[in-house]
Design a protein around this ligand. Sequence first.
Ligand SMILES: *[C@@H]1O[C@H](CO)[C@@H](O)[C@H](O)[C@H]1NC(C)=O
Ligand SMILES: *[C@@H]1O[C@H](CO)[C@@H](O)[C@H](O)[C@H]1NC(C)=O
Length: 271
Amino acid sequence: MDHAWFLRTVLLLFALPGGWFKPVITPDAPHLVILKGGQLELRCHDDAEASMVQWLREKGRKIDGELKEDGASVIFLTSTQIQHMGRYTCENTQTGENSSIYVYVKDLRNAFVQSMVNGLLVREGGDCTIPCLVTDPAVNHLSLLTCAGTALPAGLTYITHPQRGITIRNVSKAFDGCYICAGQMDDKPVKSSHYNLDVRPVGRCLGFLEMVLTAEHEIHGEESDLDPTPPTLHIPKPTHLHPLIPKPTPKPTHLHPLIPKPTPKPTNLHP
Ligand SMILES: *[C@@H]1O[C@H](CO)[C@@H](O)[C@H](O)[C@H]1NC(C)=O
Ligand SMILES: *[C@@H]1O[C@H](CO)[C@@H](O)[C@H](O)[C@H]1NC(C)=O
C-alpha cells in the first residue's frame, strides 16, 4: 500500500514539468515520540530551486525553538513539554506545498494529556470531540466510558483518534454527563481525566446559526485540551440573532428619491 503510493508519487514528480517537490522533513516518519523533557529536532528543506520553507502548527500555535539554516528550517528543543505535542507542518512558501509530522510527547505518568478544561458545552445534534489525546501511540484500544462505570447512554456512537481524541456523533440531551477516555498500554488499562458534557438544546429558529456553530465546534474540537472551550460554543440568546435576520423590505417611501419626478404639467407653459 505504502509502496504503491510511493511509486505513484515518484511517477507524478517526474511527470510534472520542472519537477514539483514537497518539503522534506527529517526524520522521515509519520510521527515521532519524544520523552517529556527530552530533545526534539525537526528539519525541513525543499529541493525546489531557491525555495523557502517554514514550520506551522495547528490553529497558528506558537513555534518554539525555530532556527533557519541556509534554506532549511529547524525546530530544536532541548526540553520538550506537553504543549509541544501536535502536528507540525512544513510549508514551501513559494509553492504552497506542505508535508507534516505528528509529535507525541510521552509522559510516563499520564497516558492521556491532562486536561485543564473538563466542561464541554455541546449543541444538541452536533458532534462533540473530547480532547483526550494520547501522549504515546502505544496506547491502544481507545474507548469511551462513563465516569460512574455505567453503560453508555442508548444510541451514543463515537469514533476514536489518538491524535484528536474521541468524537461523539449526533449529541442528544440524553448524553449529558461525565465521561472518561480509556485505553490500554502494555496490556494495562489507562484512563484520561473526567470530562463533563453539558448538552444544550437548539431552538428551531436557530437553524442557520446552529450550522455555523457546529462547523466551528468541529474545527475547535480538534484542538488539544490546552485550549479552553471556545467561546463560540456559547448558546446565543435570541436577541443576538437579530443582526443576522434580514431586515424587512424597506417601505416604499424609502424609494422616493429614486423614482423620477412626474413630468411637469404643460399648464405651466401658458402665460
Ligand atoms: C497542506 O496542503 C494541503 C493540500 O495539499 C492543504 O489542504 C492543507 O491545508 C495544507 N496545510 C497547511 C497547514 O497549510
Ligand atoms: C440524531 O439523533 C436524533 C435523536 O436524538 C435522531 O432523530 C436523528 O435522526 C439523528 N441524526 C442523524 C444524522 O443521525
